[in-house]
Design a protein around this ligand. Structure first.
Ligand SMILES: [Zn+2]
Length: 232
């Protein structure tokens, strides 16, 4: 039997045992309950519901382990740009720059630069890429939806892809979207625009998403299965 509680699939296994046991198993944090043969499905579900916050915490631990480890920004590391993978190649020079060439991302820095300085260079470069695309795509989606943001900014965030303030009409977009395919950015722009008129992910929100971007669920899935730096 498979339960689905708060969107978490939970495998139920009935056995000749006395008590219920709940497991969150490596490597992906899959959830399993073993329960006595005599216990009803409703009782199992009630039991699991009382443990949801604990389950989520355990799953989050596995998630963190599978995320990208901290980077040094040295040759051979990978860099994602608009969904494509590049290999970092560090070169030395007086002027900082990043140039994509074939499957390489050539990062020119001063000799003796620190990992933090290189990270900062990459981050600001992502910001420029992202700003150019937002400037192009936000007006496109504003036109389609007839919704309008009063302003927007990019921001390095570790817990969300975008956010907005419905009171002021302002939108923030996560810098890390420059690593994802361009559809992911479009999805987040649309998502935040709709939040300007619908705060929660209720039925109306979902029906607006369906209307403007019928494929949004697939885009959302690709957004969340790619690794992110320090996403916690
Ligand atoms: Zn949302």
């Amino acid at each position: 039997m498979l339960l689905n509680i708060s969107g978490i699939p939970i495998e139920v296994c009935k056995k000749d045992i006395k008590n219920m046991h709940l497991y969150v198993k490596p490597p992906n944090g899959s959830v399993m309950v073993s329960a006595p043969l005599t216990i009803s499905d409703e009782a199992i579900e009630r039991f699991v519901r009382t443990k949801v916050s604990w389950i989520k915490k355990q799953i989050a631990k596995f998630d963190n382990q599978s995320r990208q480890s901290e980077r040094e920004y040295v040759s051979g590391e990978t860099l994602f740009v608009w969904g494509k993978q590049y290999y970092l190649q560090i070169e030395y020079g007086n002027k900082n720059s990043i140039v994509l060439s074939g499957d390489k991302a050539v990062l020119t820095v001063r000799k003796g630069s620190t990992a933090d300085q290189r990270e900062n260079l990459v981050r600001e470069w992502y910001r420029e890429l992202l700003k150019t695309e937002i400037a192009r795509l936000l007006p496109k989606w504003e036109k389609i939806t007839d919704l309008k943001a009063t302003g927007w900014q990019t921001k390095y965030m570790t817990t969300r892809w975008g956010t907005c303030n419905p009171k002021t009409g302002k939108i923030w977009i996560n810098l890390q979207l420059a690593k994802k395919t361009p559809e992911c950015l479009e999805y987040i722009i649309l998502h935040e625009l709709i939040h300007l008129v619908e705060k929660t992910h209720n039925e109306r929100f979902v029906s607006l998403m369906d209307m403007y971007m019928p494929m949004w669920r697939e885009v959302k899935a690709t957004l969340n299965d790619q690794t992110l730096d320090y996403m916690e």
